[in-house]
Design a protein around this ligand. Structure first.
Ligand code: NAP
Ligand code: MG
Length: 479
């Protein structure tokens, strides 16, 4: 009998080699933390320990900021912009070459389906570096002065929901404009940021231009409060964002941008193509398990099509597959951490206690790991906690409306203002709604679409500043 040897599927665990332990990335080298503490990062789908990672303390933050300052003064800000652009192109190319490995690592560490990390996250990471590489030598032509002035050293703190993509959103524009960076990834998802540090080495990026400090909230606090930081860029919860805004107010030399939470409305009018809208509703709230700041977590449906849309949505949800993030057929992966799972459970129980009706398609949850089924609440009132608070999980709250004015009133009835979706056949209605919705992005007949050239950011308690596009550069330049 001939024996067939099958190579591992391109997205299998076998293509990544995870080290047992990782140091901090400072001045172009991996180094232990000064005081030696470390923490473990696990796979949320299995609770398996993936690696031990160094935890940066204040002395490490100081070392990294010093290295970044030196690289800024001596190398990066003095380099001809076209050469900076070449480094960014090189990084983008290496991200493409290592895309499958990065996708597997992201799915292992974060719990998101491989289809999403492979087809959305990592391609967007590369696109972000390509896009900003193109800007590096064109800033002066875009009106940023004959000699565009970077700000200096940026301290950047990112969350766990799109680990490498949030890193790209932060690092690519900062570097294109001539700044150097010290970045802290989230405690639960450090592995792709550490692999990105290897990519910086592979690209021969001058030491100190990019520094990666792993750790938890205390590391983040030490970083953003360090006096040697000129620019703070934060993505995360509104609560921590407020703390950062307060402390940075006492250090006015720092420029601050904040990308915070959301409670977006996805609004379906009676003239919308229902099948397309249902796909958009599913994508809006179940993409990445709903761990999306701009998730369409409040569905507003016009009364005349309410029953039809809900029936169609329930049928579609019954087809979603929940399970192993590395299985290419998986639609819904694991919840990122036990703490996040507890928060989703608590808010869902509050929804029931306040009188909303809870529904999930039949689905079996794995025994190990952190899991929550796709969940829909109907009979939701605007006063309910599940209609007001960010759940950051696969939980949809459904409300109804009669008129466009009522849709606007309900959609804007939130402290947040990051995004919104409008589903209608009428072009004029899209414009009418977009003018009135208080949200940084309004999607029309689509949802969760991203492009490096499009500015992204919030109104109200969703933060300030924009990332992406020409507007995103302004956060890293003094004109
Ligand atoms: P979080 O607690 O605010 O954490 C975000 C990051 O800040 C993490 O790296 C965290 O470290 C660090 N951190 C925690 N406390 C800090 C402090 N006092 N000073 C400086 N850094 C600190 O948010 P999360 O709960 O992990 O993430 C989910 C939240 O992020 C959601 O509310 C979501 O809406 C928001 N988010 C917003 C956007 C956007 O673009 N607007 C994008 C993604 C997520 P640890 O991980 O170690 O705690
Ligand atoms: Mg993890």
């Amino acid at each position: 009998m001939p024996k067939f040897e099958y190579a591992p599927a391109p997205e299998s665990r076998a293509i990544v080699s995870i080290k047992e332990s990782y140091g901090l990335f400072i001045d172009g080298q991996f180094t232990p933390s000064a005081d030696g503490p470390a923490f473990k990062t696990i796979s949320p789908a299995t609770e398996e320990v993936l690696a031990e990672v160094a935890e940066a303390g204040p002395a490490d933050v100081d070392r990294a900021v010093t290295a970044a300052r030196r690289a800024y003064e001596n190398v990066w800000s003095r380099m001809p912009p076209i050469q900076r652009g070449k480094y960014l192109f090189r990084i983008a190319r290496i991200v493409q070459e290592r895309a499958r490995e990065l996708a597997v690592l992201e799915s292992l560490d974060n719990g998101k389906p491989i289809r999403e990390s492979r087809d959305v996250d990592i391609p967007l990471v590369a696109a972000h570096f390509f896009y900003h590489a193109g800007w590096a030598d064109k800033l002066e032509y875009a009106g940023y002065g004959p000699v565009p002035k970077p700000l200096g050293v940026a301290g950047q703190v990112i969350p766990w929901n799109f680990p490498l993509l949030m890193l790209a959103w932060k690092i690519a524009p900062a570097l294109a404009c001539g700044n150097t960076v010290v970045l802290k990834p989230a405690e639960t998802t450090p592995l792709t940021a550490l692999t990105f540090a290897e990519i910086c080495q592979q690209a021969d990026l001058p030491p100190g231009v990019v520094n990666i400090l792993t750790g938890a909230g205390d590391t983040g606090r030490a970083l953003v409060t360090h006096p040697g930081i000129d620019k703070v860029a934060f993505t995360g919860s509104t609560e921590v964002g407020k703390e950062i805004a307060r402390t940075c107010a006492t250090q006015p030399h720092k420029k601050v941008t904040l990308e915070l939470g959301g409670k977006a409305a996805n609004i379906v009018f009676e003239d919308a193509p229902v099948d397309q809208a249902v796909e958009g509703i599913v994508n809006g709230i179940f993409f990445n398990q709903g761990h999306v700041c701009c998730a369409g977590s409040r569905l507003l449906v016009q009364e005349s099509v309410y029953d039809q849309v809900l029936a169609s949505l329930q049928r579609r949800l019954a087809t979603l597959r929940l399970g192993d993030p590395l299985d290419k057929n998986t639609d819904v992966g694991a919840i990122n951490s036990a703490a996040q799972l507890a928060k989703i459970r608590e808010l869902s129980e509050a929804g029931e206690a306040e009188g909303a009706r809870r529904w999930s398609p039949p689905c079996e949850l794995p025994v190990k790991g952190f899991w929550f089924p796709p969940t829909v609440f109907t009979g939701v009132s605007q006063a309910h906690r599940i209609a007001r608070e960010e759940i950051f999980g696969p939980v949809l709250s459904v409300l109804s409306f009669r008129t466009p004015a009522e849709a606007v009133e309900k959609a804007n009835n939130t402290p947040y203002g990051l995004s919104a979706g409008v589903w209608t056949d009428k072009g004029s209605r899209i414009l009418w709604m977009a003018e009135r919705l208080r949200a940084g992005v309004v999607w029309a007949n689509t949802f969760n679409k991203f492009d490096p050239s499009a500015p992204f950011g919030g109104y109200k308690e969703s933060g300030y500043g924009r990332e992406g596009g020409r507007h995103g550069l302004e956060a890293y330049l003094d004109v």
